[in-house]
Design a protein around this ligand. Structure first.
Ligand SMILES: [Zn+2]
Length: 167
């Protein structure tokens, strides 16, 4: 178990390991910094491709933990000293990710009660392979796939089309 000031990492009902609040957290608080190895864009692209390739044969592994930091660098959060990498995706998240002065922060979107699991929308921006990323977050508004909410209207259209073809 990894323990921070406001969070604890433990088994999640949603998906394997998760991150939980140990105290009440106020809306807009900086909860934890998403830390990792600072890599340039070329290195980042290479790692991304490698992870994607790996995940094809190991569906539950090969997660990509790389975040855009700025125009020059990314952060690869796949390191043991980054408990934030265990935060799960949700379609109804209580946190969001914000970059503040070249640091990546997990910020509370609303007041969070001690014991609640933390989540944010992973914000995947590619809709073409949405079926590779099913979502099991269990929210009432779950769209079934891990996808940036900007793309939800587009996803809805795709799903309707699919259903009308097969049904
Ligand atoms: Zn969901």
């Amino acid at each position: 178990m990894v323990k921070g000031d406001l969070i604890i990492v433990k088994n999640s009902r949603v998906h394997g390991t998760g991150v939980f609040a140990t105290k009440d957290i106020k809306k807009d608080s900086r909860i934890i910094e998403y830390v990792g190895e600072k890599i340039d864009k070329d290195e980042s692209d290479e790692r991304y491709d490698r992870a994607l390739e790996f995940s094809k044969s190991n569906p539950d592994m090969g997660m990509v933990y790389i975040f855009d930091l700025n125009d020059e660098y990314d952060i690869d959060g796949d390191v043991s000293y980054n408990p934030a990498r265990w935060i799960n995706h949700s379609c109804n998240p209580n946190c969001e990710v914000e970059i503040i002065d070249d640091h990546i922060w997990i910020i509370a979107l609303r007041n969070i009660i001690a014991g609640e699991e933390l989540s944010y929308n992973y914000g995947y921006e590619t809709i073409d392979d949405f079926e590779d990323h099913p979502c099991k977050c269990g929210s009432n508004n779950c769209v079934g796939y891990i996808l940036s909410d900007d793309l939800w209207p587009e996803l809805k259209k795709k799903l309707e089309k699919k259903n009308s073809v097969s049904g």
